[in-house]
Design a protein around this ligand. Structure first.
Ligand code: ADP
Ligand code: MG
Length: 608
């Protein structure tokens, strides 16, 4: 007798469930994705006990005919692809045809659906036993589908044991709903837990509505301190919101990156973003962002992992480069003079300017709002005014735009963005007056950034000074690393490092930048090679050199308690307006803040 036998359908599905159904949140992800694929514009999610007792998701999508219900529950059955060509440019979220079968094998699942609009009955399907035979019966249901999953893992005790507390499971589940809500602004979502409505997100199509949803999902503080960016190239489009460096996080918990509408976690993307924030973020802090990358589906392989959280880009280096340069530009452009100017231009062109060259424009009001919001800390008891609603921000921009665009009607035409210095406070802050009210500048932080940017500019024009090592340093590496080092000889040279091939598995460092003389250059070389292999680019040497410049800038900048004259202070303000990234010091702390007249009026309960 043969020792080999076919597994029962249920067991085969339970094995597949091992990869796809880790916890209640995974069920919600799969079922919601099906609703979105079915064209739903509204989904209602109802869960009990963190989802382990009940998950019920109802949508108003296309629905299914009675004869399709058994197939929907069968493994390797899908309506989304039919051929390999379809797979290579898949546009739907699902395509593997195994989610419902997997979920059905580890829970009590029923599927109720109707694909007709004419008021006819729908049908309900459930599957039973080892063979997972489907029982069908008529059931009333409007057009759309309801999936009900009860007692998850009731028949797989090992899995059940891994479930955490109700609260933890619910948090995971809520996170899944948030991600999907951010991926489809045009769909309404409601979420109920143990009978209580926790979220009710209305569908929206305008920029203001999208912004409102991001604020709801990510918190108003994020929206308050985020820049909107949009870059359009023929082959890529990147848009979304990035937190100002002053809104950094201690954890990487507010990072959403969507590729063609699908949320992903990708090392290449993470590296590109980190590199873009390098110069403006405090060490060990994480940026916050909600970004959308759109590209030809043929350029990205989504069939890499069963949960589809990972993707593979056909041209990873180009994608890396595009993300990096778009974000880097947007962040470098944050300086006192720019936002209002962009606002004036942006208003006429619907807030964003996208050109073939990849021009980025800001939603300036938010940047300004952010600067202002951070005033709260400076005043202790003073509460920062509520963040402007999107419409309000627009109003403010319009007012400000008018000041700039039509100087002849305003006496304050000549007032520069950061205004004119009035006094120095406690040897630390510069107090200035501009068109909107009061400006406070942290003198040391501002000067530090200016000095740092100047040192970098000088380095860029004069080149990096480098010196030969007295004793060249041999480094044992792999063959692949030797090959990559040889390919990127020019890169090393440009950064003042001479690296030569000394053998099949050995390199030798002959020359290094003077500034790196006290650094561990061997480790640096290894890290750079690892980056080059994985991402096709590396900024570690620059980053190291920058760190040294930053330290120099810090030591060379005005210390607290130094008296500055009014002309000196004004000169500093003018320099800030000219300097890239002047909004933050080299450590990512803010350098200045705006307190408008309205803010002051509120503080004194003064109505006007
Ligand atoms: P996949 O999504 O990979 O195709 P699933 O097991 O998740 O596989 O779903 C199987 C099939 O059931 C889908 O291809 C789709 O045709 C149908 N289906 C599932 N959920 C819905 C829904 N909410 N509305 C309409 N059809 C659905
Ligand atoms: Mg699916």
């Amino acid at each position: 007798m043969s020792r080999i036998h076919l597994l029962s359908p249920r067991l085969a599905n339970q094995i597949a469930a091992g990869e796809v159904v880790e916890r209640p949140a995974s069920v919600v992800k799969e079922v919601l994705e099906n609703s979105l694929d079915a064209g739903a514009t509204r989904v209602d999610i109802d869960v009990e006990a963190g989802g382990s007792k009940l998950i019920r998701i109802r949508d108003n999508g296309g629905g299914m005919a009675a004869e399709d219900l058994p197939l929907a529950l069968a493994r390797h059955a899908t309506s989304k692809i039919a051929s390999l060509e379809d797979l290579e440019r898949v546009g739907s979220l699902g395509f593997r045809g195994e989610a419902l079968a997997s979920i059905g094998s580890v829970s009590r699942l029923t599927l109720t659906s109707n694909c007709a609009d004419d008021g006819s009955q729908g049908s309900c399907a459930a599957c039973e036993g080892r063979e997972m035979e489907v029982q069908l019966k008529p059931a009333p249901h409007p057009r759309g589908t309801t999936v009900e999953v009860r007692d998850l893992f009731f028949n797989t005790p090992a899995r059940r044991k891994f479930l955490r507390t109700e609260k933890t499971e619910f948090n995971h589940l809520e996170e899944v709903v948030k991600r999907l809500a951010l991926s489809r602004f045009d769909v309404g979502f409601s979420l109920r837990h143990n009978g209580r409505v926790l979220h009710n997100l209305l569908p929206g199509h305008s920029q203001a509505e999208r912004q409102r949803r991001v604020a709801t999902v990510c918190g108003p503080a994020f929206m308050d301190q985020a820049l909107y960016l949009e870059t359009d190239l023929p082959q890529f489009r990147l848009w979304g919101w990035v937190g100002l460096p002053t809104f950094s996080r201690s954890q990487a918990d507010l990072q959403y990156f969507f590729v063609n509408g699908r949320i992903i976690r990708d090392r290449l993307v993470a590296h590109a973003v980190k590199q873009a924030y390098r110069d403006v973020l405090y060490h060990g802090r994480h940026p916050a962002f909600v970004l959308y990358l759109e590209l030809d589906p043929g350029q990205v392989d989504v069939n890499v992992h069963p949960t589809k959280h990972e993707v593979r880009f056909r041209d990873g280096r180009e994608v890396h480069n595009f993300i990096f340069s778009s974000l880097h530009r947007a962040l470098a452009d944050v300086r006192p003079g720019d936002p209002p100017a962009d606002a004036a231009a942006g208003l006429e062109e619907g807030m964003t300017v996208d050109t073939a060259t990849g021009e980025i424009s800001h939603q300036a009001g938010l940047a300004w709002g952010g600067q202002r919001g951070s005033a709260a800390g400076a005043f202790g008891g003073y509460r920062a005014p509520a963040s402007p609603a999107p419409g309000q921000a627009r109003e403010q921009l319009r007012d400000y735009g008018r000041v700039l665009a039509l100087p002849e009607v305003n006496s304050e035409e000549e007032v520069p963005p950061l205004g004119y210095a009035l006094a120095q406070l406690k040897g630390i802050y510069i107090l200035a007056e501009n068109a909107r009210g009061m400006v406070l500048v942290d003198m040391h932080a501002a000067h530090e950034r200016i000095t740092y940017e100047r040192l970098k500019t000088a380095r860029a024009s004069e080149g990096i000074r480098s010196q030969p090592l007295l004793v060249p340093r041999a480094v044992a590496v792999s063959q692949r690393e030797v090959q990559v080092a040889a390919e990127h000889g020019a890169l090393f040279q440009r950064l003042g490092m001479v690296v030569e091939v000394a053998g099949e598995e050995s390199l030798v460092i002959r020359q290094i930048p003077v500034a790196l003389r006290d650094s561990d250059v061997e480790q640096l070389l290894r890290d750079v090679l690892a980056d080059l292999i994985e991402f096709g680019s590396s900024d570690r040497i620059e980053s190291h050199l920058d760190e040294i410049l930053s330290t120099m800038a810090c030591h060379g900048s005005v210390r607290a308690n130094r008296r500055l004259t009014i002309p000196e202070m004004n000169a500093l303000l003018r320099d800030m307006e000219e300097t890239e990234r002047a909004g933050q010091c080299n450590h990512g702390r803010p350098t200045w803040t705006q307190i408008s007249l309205e803010d002051l009026d509120k503080l004194f309960l003064r109505g006007r």
